[in-house]
Design a binder for this molecule. Structure first.
Ligand code: FES
Ligand code: FES
Length: 156
């Protein structure tokens, strides 16, 4: 039987009726049409489905939507400010940190959360913050450099 839940997604409140076994990733993608959240493994290994839940990056494929009733969620669609990209998005583009793009939403949300807590992270801190986000294309170096660049951009 469906349950009615309330979420604030990308600063907009919404009420949705969901089956108790639906994951947050399914609800975001299939019910709310937010296809920027990717699903790779579906079992918590790859981080492609990362969203920010009440200020923390989580694997949305492992979270049931009914568990997060009343929560605030940011997906990649909520990161830019209108037409202005977030510095992390801009830095990923400028630094060639995107190839196929499948990991990118999750990487950007993990990196943005890190930079909101630590405005000048050292490389090991960046690598640790992104350790739950797997990328099969870039070799990670460009991503780490893009996060450094984003940190510089955010200071200005
Ligand atoms: S799809 Fe969620 S961790 Fe891989
Ligand atoms: S850019 Fe392809 S998986 Fe990261």
């Amino acid at each position: 039987m469906k349950r009615l839940i309330t979420l604030v997604v990308n600063k907009k409140a919404c009420e949705i009726a969901v089956e108790p076994n639906r994951t947050l990733a399914q609800v975001l993608r299939e019910d709310l049409g937010l296809l920027g959240t990717k699903v790779g493994c579906g079992i918590g290994d790859c981080g492609a489905c990362t969203v920010v839940l009440d200020g923390r990056p989580v694997n949305s494929c492992l979270v049931l939507a009914v568990q997060v009733n009343g929560s605030e969620i940011t997906t990649i669609e909520g990161v830019a400010d209108g037409q202005d990209l977030h510095p992390v998005q801009q830095a990923f583009i400028e630094h060639g940190a995107i190839q196929c793009g499948f990991c990118t939403s999750g990487m950007i949300l993990s990196a943005k959360t890190l930079l909101e807590k630590n405005s000048d992270p050292a490389e090991p801190e960046i690598r640790a913050a992104l350790s739950g986000n797997l990328c099969r294309c870039t070799g990670y170096q460009k991503i780490v450099e893009a996060v450094h660049l984003a940190a510089e951009m955010m200071k200005k």
